[in-house]
Design a protein around this ligand. Structure first.
Ligand code: KG4
Ligand code: ZN
Length: 338
């Protein structure tokens, strides 16, 4: 079965074709970063309009890269949430229209399930069960994963997501958007013992996170510094070290609590090198990540999630469809047969 995947939940239009026998056939991504950078963050209405402009040409690109035509598509998977509702509706409308026009089954995919399953696209995928750390611009989640659709929430952020804290801290320091990768790059110039930031919520039991205090700590440290370029790099490093250490402490705790030896990390922040170095150093734990290009939003993870749920794919003649700005992962259930 060849599944067309459509991702449009935020500021990236991602399209891919996944074959359940041959694996990933082709994928394409258009990032709207340059357009939103001018405003210092994502402008939802501009995002929706750009998805409309880019989705169909990207679908044609992916088909021609795979040397296939529209008639070779067997099913359509599209992101239906969580995310920006207008942006989601574009992908959902296009996905459902293609399915209707070609008389194909279609499936609404949860964006965070896409991230969660993305490391399974790699050549040596992790085996179930495992603990998943999902770190993106909107979510920081620790999940015990028994199989596709069998998700138990262990912990989450009670305020900012870790990616959001990276982005807000970067913005406060005058770095451009999206700040996460830029802050991480600047941290490489930092002096490691200059500042020590707190590790929020690590000295009490539980698996929840709080990252907004770290952002405020960075702001106060910057305010009280001499505001040199070196101070900026030192603050980036201290912030990143504290965020990474906090994630690592909670991952260790989650693995112990769930009795797992495998950790699977995904979402935009899983591209962070310092996080990977720290997690890879955990003794007796196997850690898996998506390849760099599939850490951030992409169509491949949505096509793949659709393929993993092919038994749930249905043809639907109704013109109605919906998107869910909020869609907790633990509301999902397993497909009847995977
Ligand atoms: O998964 P993603 O592309 O979109 C969401 O679903 O939110 O994640 C984007 C987030 C942004 O906050 C971005 O700054 C962060 O991932 N990010 C990073 C790095 N690369 C992307 N944060 C820290 N270090 C990085 N290298
Ligand atoms: Zn995402």
């Amino acid at each position: 079965m060849r599944v067309l995947g459509i991702e449009s939940s935020c500021d990236e239009t991602g399209i891919a074709l996944y074959d359940t026998d041959k694996g990933l056939l082709a994928h394409a991504l258009y990032s709207q970063i340059a357009m939103h950078a001018e405003y210092g963050g994502v402008v939802p209405e501009l995002a929706s309009r750009d998805h409309i402009r880019k989705a169909l040409p990207l679908i044609d690109d992916v088909l021609s890269e795979a040397q296939l035509t529209r008639n070779d598509i067997d099913a359509v998977a599209y992101t239906a949430g969580p995310g920006l509702v207008g942006a989601l509706l574009v992908g959902a409308a296009i996905g459902r229209s293609i399915a209707w026009a070609l008389d194909l089954p279609a499936l609404a995919i949860n964006h965070m399930e896409g991230h969660l399953l993305s490391p399974l696209l790699e050549d040596e995928p992790p085996e179930f069960p495992f603990v998943s750390l999902l770190v993106s611009g909107g979510h920081t989640l620790l999940i015990d994963v028994q199989g596709v659709g069998e998700y138990q929430l262990l912990g989450e952020s009670i305020d900012d997501a870790v990616g959001e804290a990276f982005d807000k801290t970067a913005k406060m320091l005058g770095l451009s958007y999206p700040g996460g990768p830029i802050l991480a790059a600047l941290a490489e110039q930092g002096t490691s013992d200059k500042y020590l930031f707190p590790r929020p919520m690590t000295n009490r039991p539980g698996l929840d996170f709080s990252f907004s205090g770290l952002k405020t700590f960075a702001m106060n440290t910057w305010r009280d510094s001499e505001k040199t370029e070196q101070d900026k790099a030192d603050i980036c490093l201290a912030f990143q070290t504290a965020a990474v250490e906090t994630l690592a402490i909670k991952c260790k705790r989650a693995l112990k609590q769930a009795g797992r030896k495998t950790l699977v990390v995904a979402g935009g922040v899983s591209a962070n090198k310092a996080l990977r170095v720290r997690l890879d150093a955990m003794p007796h734990i196997n850690v898996y990540y998506p390849r760099q290009e599939f850490c951030s939003d992409n169509g491949a993870m949505i096509a793949f999630a659709g393929a993993m749920r092919q038994s749930a794919m249905v043809k639907d003649d109704s013109p109605a469809f919906s998107a869910r700005p909020r869609w907790p992962l633990d509301e999902l259930s397993p497909p009847s047969a995977v």
